[in-house]
Design a protein around this ligand. Structure first.
Ligand code: COA
Length: 257
């Protein structure tokens, strides 16, 4: 599939989505969000793909936010609908994805860009990365889950500081507060992502699917995480992965997932 604002490729069980508007610092416009939704849906159905990586084209930015040019003309109702649509298409979609998603962050991740990275399950930052939530400098608040996911990741006090000041922090600080899982040089970013992916891919995908759902359930006010965990735990027992994992252990060999 050809996209105007994305590059998508599949390699060795990994799906790579590159947001490709480098001249606009990969800002998320309607077209990009819609293409992202399409690519996410295709890769979710693709049995060859076990894990996704989302990254930004060029050396400057992962994503410098929602496209401010598009936002500037909206009415209150249109603004709310814009955010709701983006959440359904991309941000909540990623959070509910049935495969692990890693954000490979290289440069600015601001506003919607940081929200995109936070919707992913894991984040690896190049040390050139700068992140922030500058929405209030535009007279806005975050619309893609930032008021919820940032406090979940870094704690309410630190999140409040980032949200109220809109100031950027660097990759090292992001790592210290739990926003980044790992930091490396820009040259090492792909290698670091591949290492993390390999560490995940050695384990059972069917169990990981249940795991993603159980962890997510605990952050959803409509669901009880403990009940979801119990159901997921039970569901694992009827999977091929469970039979493979337990028999491999008992036969003193490595499982093949
Ligand atoms: N929406 C639309 N266009 C954006 C954008 C965004 N969020 N972020 C950057 N761009 C565009 C710029 O308008 C510029 O386009 P132009 O060349 O047609 O003028 C191009 O990307 C390059 O950005 P520029 O601002 O010239 O680069 P810089 O290196 O001087 O500054 C930033 C980089 C990231 C600090 C700056 O672009 C910025 O503050 N962006 C907005 C960040 C933001 O507020 N995001 C939250 C949105 S809700």
């Amino acid at each position: 599939m050809k996209y105007k604002t994305l590059k998508v490729n599949v390699q060795k069980r990994l799906g790579w989505i590159t947001i490709n508007r480098p001249k606009k610092l990969n800002a998320l416009n309607r077209e990009t969000l819609s293409e992202l939704h399409h690519a996410l849906a295709i890769l979710e159905e693709d049995n060859k793909v076990r894990l996704l990586v989302i990254r930004g084209a060029g050396d400057t930015a992962f994503v410098a936010g929602a496209d401010i040019r598009e936002l500037a003309e909206l009415s209150p109702d249109e603004g709310a609908a814009f955010a709701q649509q983006g959440n359904q298409q991309v941000f909540d979609y990623i959070e509910h994805y049935n495969k692990p998603v890693i954000a490979a962050v290289n440069g600015y991740a601001l506003g919607g860009g940081l929200e995109l990275a936070m919707a992913c399950h894991l984040r690896v930052f190049a040390d050139t990365t700068k992140v922030g939530m500058p929405e209030t400098s535009l007279g806005l608040i975050p619309g893609y889950g930032g008021t919820q996911r940032l406090p979940q990741l870094v704690g309410r006090g630190r999140a409040m500081e980032l949200l109220l000041t809109g100031d950027m922090i660097d990759a090292q600080r992001a790592y210290e507060i739990g926003l980044a899982n790992a930091v490396c040089s820009p040259k090492e970013l792909d290698t670091k992502v591949l290492e993390l992916a390999a560490a995940i891919l050695k384990n059972a995908p069917e169990a990981q699917q249940q795991l993603l759902a159980a962890v997510r359930a605990g952050y959803d006010p409509q669901t009880d995480g403990y009940i979801a965990e119990n159901e997921g735990f039970g569901a694992c027992f009827e999977t091929d992965n469970f039979r493979q994992g337990t028999s491999a252990f008992l036969q003193k060999r490595k499982p093949k997932f």
